[in-house]
Structure formats: C-alpha cells, structure tokens
Design a protein around this ligand. Structure first.
Ligand code: NAD
Length: 396
C-alpha cells in the first residue's frame, strides 16, 4: 500500500529571476507527489523570504541560509521535516549544500554539474556512501520518453553493436562580449570560481556527454578535445569540439558551443550500430527516428503504440499531445520521489523509479568536464579518462 502522504521537498537556490528554479518547482508539482515545504532561494534572506511568501510557505520555514535550513529541518519531527533537498544554485554551491544535506539525513536531488570539480565529486561519493541516502542528478534530457526509448532499443540490440555516436548541442546566447555584465546567468557561468574549469563543457557539453553515455549504456573513456574562447578577451571556453571513444568500442563526436549565433537549444543525438541508426532532436522531442539498414526508416512517437515500457512509464498524454521540457524534468522528480517513497514503504524501486541519473553519472560527468579541459591543453592526441575507483567498487 502506498504511503499516505506527499514527499516533502526543500529547495536551495531558484530565487526570483533565476533560470531553472521555477522549472524545478513546476516539474516537482506536475504529478502531485511532491510538496515544497521549505527553502532558501537566494543568498539575500529578505529576497528568499519574499519568494517563500509568494509560494505560500510557512514563514518559519523560509530560511536565511542553507546551513540554517539543514540544522532546523533536522530538528523537526519526522512527520514534518523535508525528505529531500533540491539544489538549484550556481555550481560552486552544489557540493557544500549536498554534503550538508546528507550529513543531516536528507536525500539530495541536484542540478548538474554535480560539483565544481572532480575532487569534490569524489568527496560527494564518500558522503553519499557514508549516509546511505539517495542522490539524484537532473540531467534533463535523459528524462524524455523518446530518449528512454532509444536507450531501450540499443540495450535490446535493435541496432546491433553500436559503432558511432554524433551528439551536438549548439547555443548562441554567449555570442557577444560583455554579456556577463547584462545577464546574471552569464555572469557566474563565465567565472571559474563559481562555474568550474569550463563554461561550455560544464554547462552543456556535460549534457551532451551524458546523453551519449545514457543512450549507448557505455561510458566515454578517451577523448581528443579542442576547447576555446571564441569571443575575444574571454577567459573561459565558450566552444568545444571533442572526439570520443566509448568503452564498448564506439567512436563519436561531441560538439558543444555557446557562440553559434542564432541557435537556441538545438540539441541532437544520432547513434549508429551495425544494423541501423537512431536520431533524436530536442526541437521535436516526441519523435525518434529509427533508420534500419535493410528497411525504410520508421518514426516512433511518444504516446504511440511502439513505446517500450520504460518510455511509456515516462509519458503522460496520448500521442499527438506535445510533452516537452517540463515533463522531462518532471519525470526525474516523479521517479526520484518514487525512490524516496520506496524507502518509506520498505520496497525496491520500480525500473522507472530507479532510472534517475545518480552518483555514477555525477562522477563520470565531472571526470568528463575536467578531462576535456586537460585534454584540450595537452599536445597529446588521445587523453584517457582516469579510472574512478568508486565506480569499480560499487559495481564489483
Ligand atoms: N538541467 C538543466 O537543464 C539546467 C538548465 C539550466 C541550469 N542548470 C543548472 O542549474 C543551476 C542554476 O542555474 P540557473 O541558470 O538557474 O542560475 P541562476 O543564476 O539563474 O539562479 C541561481 C539562483 O541561486 C540563488 N543562490 C545563489 N547563492 C545562493 C545561496 N547561498 N543560497 C540560496 N540561493 C542562492 C540565486 O539567488 C539564484 O536565484 C546551475 O548549476 C546550472 O548548471 C541546469
């Protein structure tokens, strides 16, 4: 029997004017499984409190700092306190907030990149292991039903052995010098102390790499990278082209760029095996193209009759009713809340509930970002990504 209450969420970040905070809140609300009970939405307590009031939170649960929030929530009775913390701050705070939340007994659902650097990701892994709590990561695009369909089709052998991955994520919003003086989002993304070693790979290349790994079910283990600041006088990279090699032997190309003037979020992935290819475009996310070698191409649609059970479990409407970004995000929220509920009910999570990017994705993502920067700076053609002992331990 299902536990008779909503899963309680606290939020850190996502204040007025933030990009992703309102999207997280909408996604958390979509399925009626989660209730926002507390938060610290800004580094300015009065701004945080104002938003808390607008969201109808109890005054005493609009906290002045995340430290205060963890301490005071932990003192509340188990019937009242939050179950998990959503982390939607700039990157430099992801690890400090996640660590403190875990230390105080709260599960964590963080936005990406998981941490500021790989060393913090290793520390995070330790904290998660010690706490025994849940950790999820909102790599948004893995939440789309047709991406889950693609993953299933690869896993079920529909393409044969995967040999080529082409993944591209061009944006244009950092095309001009001085954008950091106009845009709050650009300001911290172009500051290495708040963003990490890379702007472009950290911000969107990490999504592309995750998508490639998620769909193929194989990790990237070597790269040849060219990162650069196309806009003059910029310290941080705004453009990246990276050749990939995957553990399963597939080769690939990843393009991530924030200076492709005129582009919005034109993410696209193509995966080719011995027997055919798959293509998915973020601009038409409910369509997956399957191009078999020996038959005509097929269109597979979200909500249609050919969805795998995992894709179907992450779809809400009948075919032809567009689902998109909010629903993909909501899938991660609903599935993560399902994991929390499974703990409350002392049962194993379902396949769909378990299918939220987590700690292995966090570690691989931070390894990829850091390696891309190192590979680009090196004269060596191929750069092998270092082993992650935690991953070996956790799978052995
Ligand atoms: N998954 C995705 O598709 C996706 C998309 C966009 C952004 N992101 C990630 O989400 C995070 C936030 O990005 P954004 O574009 O929304 O940034 P933003 O600058 O728009 O918002 C950041 C928010 O964090 C708040 N904040 C800063 N310091 C704080 C503190 N000490 N305590 C509480 N709140 C604090 C700010 O006041 C602001 O409201 C980043 O890590 C980014 O990489 C992910």
């Amino acid at each position: 029997m299902s536990s008779p209450r909503k899963i309680r969420m606290g939020m850190v970040g996502g204040g007025p004017g933030s990009m992703i905070g309102p999207i997280h809140r909408a996604a958390a609300n979509l399925d009626g499984q989660i209730e926002l009970v507390c938060g610290v939405f800004s580094s300015k307590p009065e701004v945080s409190r104002r938003l808390g009031r607008e969201l109808f939170l109890a005054t005493e649960r609009c906290y002045a700092s995340f430290e205060d929030m963890m301490e005071r929530e932990a003192q509340l009775s188990p019937d009242e306190r939050m179950d998990f913390v959503a982390v939607v701050t700039p990157n430099d705070l992801h690890f400090p907030v996640a660590r403190l939340a875990l230390q105080h007994g709260f599960h964590v659902l963080s936005d990406k990149p998981a941490t500021l650097n790989f060393s913090e990701a290793e520390q995070l892994a330790q904290c998660v292991k010690e706490s025994g709590l849940l950790y999820g990561l909102t790599y948004t695009y893995a939440g789309y039903p047709m991406i889950k369909q693609a993953r299933d089709m690869v896993r079920e052998g529909g393409l044969g052995r995967v040999r080529k991955v082409l993944v591209e994520y061009p944006q244009g919003w950092l095309s001009q010098a001085g954008i950091e003086d106009e845009s709050k989002q650009a300001e911290w993304r172009l500051d290495p102390a708040r963003s990490g070693a890379s702007t472009c790979v950290g911000d969107i290349g990490s999504h592309a790499a995750h998508l490639g790994e998620y769909v193929t079910g194989s990790a990237i283990n070597a790269i040849c990278a060219d990162l650069g600041a196309v806009v003059e006088s910029r310290e941080m990279d705004d453009d990246a082209t990276i050749l990939l090699r995957f553990e399963n032997g597939a080769r690939g190309v990843l393009i991530a760029s924030q200076i492709c003037a005129g582009e919005e979020n034109n993410l696209k992935i193509r995966v080719y095996g011995e027997a055919g290819g798959l293509e998915w475009n973020h601009t038409d996310p409910n369509t997956l193209l399957f191009k078999p070698l020996d038959r005509n191409a097929q269109i597979i649609r979200a909500g249609g009759p050919e969805m795998t059970p995992l894709a179907a479990a992450n779809c809400r409407t009948p075919g032809g009713h567009p689902e998109g970004y909010l629903e993909a995000f909501a899938n991660h929220y609903r599935n993560f809340a399902g994991q929390v509920r499974a703990r409350l009910e002392n049962r194993a999570p379902t396949e769909s509930e378990a299918d939220v990017p987590g700690l292995p994705d966090a570690l691989r993502g931070m390894r990829f970002i850091e390696s891309a920067v190192k590979a680009s700076a090196s004269e060596q053609k191929w750069y092998s990504l270092p082993d992650i002992p935690f991953l070996q331990e956790s799978t052995s």
